[in-house]
Structure formats: C-alpha cells, structure tokens
Ligand binder design. Sequence first.
Ligand code: ZN
Length: 644
Amino acid sequence: MIKKLLFFFSLLPVFLSAQQESPETVQCSLIEAEMKAHMALHQAASVGFLNDYNLIYHRCEWSVDPAVNFIQGAITSYFKPTVNGFTQVHFDMSDSLRADSVLYHGMPITIQHSNNILCINLPAVVPLNQTDSLCVYYHGVPPATGFGSFYQGTHAGAPVIWTLSEPYGARDWWPSKQNLIDKIDSLDVFVTCPLGNLVAGNGTLVSDITNGSNKTVHWKTRYPIAAYLVAIAVTNYVSYSNYIHLNSGPDSMQILNYVYPEDLALAQSSTPQIIKTIALYDSLTITYPFSREKYGHAEFGWGGGMEHQTMSYVGGFSNVLISHECAHQWFGDRVTLASWHDIWLNEGFATYFEALTEERYFPQNWLNWKKSTTTDAMNSPNGSVWVDDTTSVPRIFSGSLSYSKGSYLLHMLRWKLGDQLFFRSLQNYLNDTTLAYRYAHTSDLQRHLENTSGQNLSNFFTQWFYGKGFPSYQVTWGQTGHTLSITLGQTQSDPSVAFFEMPVPIEFTGEGHDTTLVLNHTYSGQVFTANLNFIAEYAFFDPDLHILSGNNKVQTIQSPGAMASLFSLYPNPASGSMQVLNMNPSNPVSSIELYGIPGNVIRSWQVSGNQNLNSIDLTGIACGLYELRIKTDLGFVVKKLEVK
Ligand SMILES: [Zn+2]
C-alpha cells in the first residue's frame, strides 16, 4: 500500500514520509487497538490455532448497502487438517461481529467466539489430509481498526463501502485466516447490493444479475490469495477498460477501471500510463502474475492506494501511485511477505519499482527521486528496515524505513550486482516455486541474490537491513604527477553498525577529462592510490547517488593548487639548506622528497608530523631547478625550488 495523505491530520508532508503516523490521541487509540488485536493473534498462533489446517477454498456471500454501515455474510470454507486428531476449526473474527450459526454437513454445530477468535467444534475428528467443509453465517457493524478495514461513507453525495484489511483488518469484516502462512487457494465472492451500484472485486467478473431492487455480482479468482488482499468496494462506479499485450500469456489482458463518475475524465486521461508500466515490469522481471484474470483500479476514499490482488484501490491516479500499487502485484501479491518484520519485501520493492518507471519514462525526475528518498530515509537515523516491533502498525508502515530506506537497499544491491545480475536475481526469486503465490522471508531474497551473483551478501544484510542508520563519508585526496591518493573515512548515524561496506564511487575531473573510481571500502581510514592520465581539479563523492549516505564531508577535499598555497619555501633560491613551512597545522607532513626536473628522487627526508617548520639539508645538491614533493595526510604537494 501507499499512503499519501492522512485523514486525521493535514500538516504532514505528502511525499513518502507521510506514511509515518502522528502520535495524536485519536491515532493512539487506533494503535492501542491494533496492539491488543495483534497480541490476541500471537496468542492464537502460540497454541497452534490457524496452523493446523490448510485452507483450500472460500465461497464468500456478502450483503451490503453502501448507505448502511453493516455487513451480513455466509462464508463457506473447504479445509484439510494438517495434524492428526483435528476437531476444531479456528478463524480470526472480530468480537464486534456476531456469528449467527455454523453449519457442518447441513447441521448446526457449537462455537465459542472470544478474543477475536471464532472456535468451531466439529462433532468428530476429521482425518489428516481429508478435505471437509463448513459454513459460517454472521452479521454485524465492523469496527474501524488499522487503516479502516471496512469503510462506509460518501463521495460527491453518493454512498460508498470499501475495505482495506492490511495488516490485521480482514477479521474486522469477515471470519478469515489472516496469518501469513496459508493462502486461500481459490475464491468465489458473491456480493448482493442495491441496483445502481457496481462491485469491485478480485479476479474475474463472472456475472452481475438483477433480482428485484437488488443485484448479485459474482467474482472468482483461481490464483492463491492472502486474506488481507481480499477486498470489495461498492458504489455508483462508472467503468471503462484498457487492454495490454503481455510478453506471454493471453494476447490481450483487460485493465478494468471502476471510478467515481465525478472523476471519470481525470481517470481516463491518467490510467493508460499503466500499460507502459506493466510492460516495463514485465521486461525487468516476469510476466504479470495474474494474466489469466485481469488487472484494474477501483477508486476509493482513502488517501493513498492498496494493492488488492488484480484490482488496486486508489485514491488518485498519479503515475507514482498507480505504478506503486501495480508493482505490488509482483512484490506483495504473487510473492507475499511471510512476516510483518519483512514488510520491505512488499513496500521497498513497490517503492523502488515505482521509481524505475520514473527512471525509464520520466528521467528528469530520477535524480530527484534519489535525493528525496535518501533525505526521507535519513529522517530515521536510528532505525532499521527490519521491523523490530510488529505490534505497531505505524512502525510496520514507517515511510522512512519500510518504504524509503527499503527501496534504497534495492538500489544499492543493483549497484553492487550490476543491472543484469540484479534483475535476474529478482526473476529467480519471483519464479521460485516455493515462493510464488506463497510467502517469502528476507532470507529467501538474499539466497536468490547470492546464488545468482555468486556474491556473499551476509555483511550487506547484517549492516544495511538489520543494522540501523546510515553512513557519512569523509574523503581526502591529493595528486602527485598522475598518482592519486585518496583516504576514505566513515562514521555511522547509529552505534549498532560499526561499519557499512559498499563499493564507493568517486568522480575526478580536470583538464577536460573525467573518470570515476570505484573504491572497495572495507574499513574507515582506508587509503587508495590510483593513476590518472590528467591532473584532477575536482572530486565528487558518489555523484549518481548509488549509496544511502548523508552529511558527507566533500568540502575537505583540496585541490593540489590550494594545498600548495599553504606551504612556503625560504629562502628560494637557496644553498646549503631550506626551510619548509606548513601553514595548515591540521594537515601534517610525513615526508619530503627532492626530484630533478625531469627525473627521479634525489634525496628524501622523513619528518615529524607535529612540526610545522622543517629544515632540509641541500648540501651537495648541484645548482639547478628541482621539485620538492611534500607528502601530507591530504595527499602530495609539489613546490618548485632553485638551488644556487
Ligand atoms: Zn505499497
């Protein structure tokens, strides 16, 4: 999902940092509710609830009226026990909903409903791996937790209902299995509502049948789907379609748009951009994952977007928003995070792929994306991309960490591996049959990056993913003849990381030339030397922003001319001896060498760095012109002198 605006507050910036929630009272109560709800979920998991059966199929029959905040439903479930002695089926279900009855083989059976868990007692043991089914009848007013779960309101005076379950809100409006272990293999949804409305849904539209003053709309999906990606939206939508030719799959796939009548013109002029976006994602990764069904957009009233499988719900139609939600169909829907600790597998990827559309189609925005994303990531100098507290919904959806820093980690991996190996790794990750249409941990992504590239990335993930903060670099350099000397230092914004390893690019320019050196930086204070075929005048640290870093001290770089002006020789011309005066005490001298012009070293002196004034002995040096090369911490300085 991407959240651009918040309902509750109007002062937050709109860019990616807006995902960070504000700690005002109304929000705190939501967070508290989420924490309690999440703890209940943990309790359930701890005793094996929800993990002891494989959910095969749901038939969801819902009745809603967008003018009324209420839902009535019947959920038929096919399941297979994965343990012996299976006698109870558990669903996540809000205590605010009421289970009217549960029918098993046509007969009512007993239930308990508390702590947001519906426990259904089967009359006899269902054997391991034997498919069975039951149906839950329920109704109620869904509570408003998380990002809304189930919203009823209006747009331009027309009533609307939409759902947004991520992360823990599916159970607020239907009895579901909302852990991140077992996807629903197959799903049919029937929504009955008053005539005059359209119903947005997952998968393929099967039928839309009028029955008196009501209608029933049937959607089906035959791709596995996580409970939080199941959604409906009901209002007086108008619809239109675009079509796309995919690399493989059907000749022409529908892109179905359900938009508010008042926004039709804006939508029709904006959404066709998604055709180029899908083509780009197809070419960089693999074919759109739900090509046998559809892709689409349904407009909703939330200030952002949500990647409901095969039909993203969007609060607007900007390229950034629709590209982000579309990328989730690969990263989030096809391969879904296996833990909320790993939300970057959804949000870091969607944010980065949204940016790749800028790089490809709006290159004028690309550098700015890197700058603003770096700046946003640095708003959390003591945070990690790995989510350390999954009881906090604002922490899971931290804009600066899960979105900005997460996306920049991908940008850095692309830099380390190169385009070809990076994107091939992603293809292998998406095609892994243990992950596709299932769930993945960060370790799964790391394994594919390592296997494809041959690089060991354990330090990268330890430092950049689990570690907190970001580095700041200090570069000092000098040049003697064609030999560059570069000292590269690093400090960190958080003490949890002693050092961030990265290949560090520095660009040197001068005499009409430029060259970029990539330094394999493995410790702070590391000294690099390299030959340049021109005299460098300027150095630029990471000019293309490959590395997440900030507060870099590029100003300490001195040109040879500027450094040389801080040394003076006297007397000059000289005979017998000469004084070398260093006027910059912060740049101590370590050695001095005398060269002929042209020629080799004639005499050298090791000197104490603490001494600003050094006397050198010129006895026995023939009359003539020479060069004095003074080695300092910032590089070499060359001064001309005459011996008489
Ligand atoms: Zn997202």
